[in-house]
Structure formats: structure tokens, C-alpha cells
Write a protein that binds this ligand. Structure first.
Ligand SMILES: [Zn+2]
Length: 117
């Protein structure tokens, strides 16, 4: 009796191959811009390739290593700060009290992944 059968290998491959493909897609899917919206209108677009700090509606943002995060905000819950850095195409940081949202966009395509914070 063999410990690993052909069927086991087939199952392992069936699980592994999609994971590898997903991983490869995700690596490609890093966004190129951060789009900051205030009250539903895009007020600022910043490239993620250049480190920078800026503020919109009293919220301080930091762009570092191709990602964007909220470093400080006057909102009471600080969910936007706790969300941390986002960098993948379609990821979003939302600050409801300040009506500000940040969305990572890429030049070519859009995905529906959303991180609500
Ligand atoms: Zn907030």
C-alpha cells in the first residue's frame, strides 16, 4: 500500500494550482495610484511610486513603499487608522465620520475587493 496515491497528488495539485495563480495575479495587481475622495468627489490622486505625506479634510495620509495608509485622523473610532496600509488594486480605506475614502487604483483595470474601515 502506497502512502500517497495518484489521486492524492491530483487533489493537491487542484488546490495548489489555483492558489499559485491567485498569488501571481495578486502580485501583478498592485495599484499605481491612490484616489482620495471627499464626500463622493475625487479630490486628490497620488502616485504610489513616490513616498509622500499629505492631508485631506484633517486626515493625514502617508504614501510609502507603494502603499497608502492613514496616519492620523480626528474621527472618534480611528477605524481608518487601524485599517493600515493598502496597496492592491481596488482596496479602500473609508472614514465615515470625515466622509473621506481612499481607493487604490491601477491604470488598466479595476477589481471589486473592498476593505471597509
Ligand atoms: Zn476615520
Amino acid at each position: 500500500m502506497k502512502l500517497i496515491t495518484v489521486r492524492d497528488i491530483a487533489i493537491i495539485l487542484l488546490i495548489l494550482i489555483p492558489s499559485i495563480i491567485l498569488l501571481a495575479i495578486n502580485f501583478k495587481d498592485d495599484g499605481t495610484y491612490a484616489e482620495i475622495s471627499c464626500d463622493g468627489n475625487v479630490v486628490k490622486t497620488v502616485p504610489l511610486s513616490e513616498d509622500a505625506e499629505f492631508s485631506v479634510n484633517d486626515i493625514k495620509f502617508s504614501v510609502k513603499e507603494n502603499s497608502v495608509c492613514v496616519i492620523s485622523s480626528p474621527c472618534p473610532d480611528k477605524i481608518c487608522v487601524k485599517t493600515g496600509a493598502i496597496k492592491r488594486n481596488g482596496e479602500t480605506i473609508i472614514c465615515l465620520p470625515q466622509k473621506v475614502s481612499v481607493r487604490v487604483v491601477s491604470e488598466d483595470k479595476e477589481t471589486a475587493d473592498i476593505v471597509v474601515g
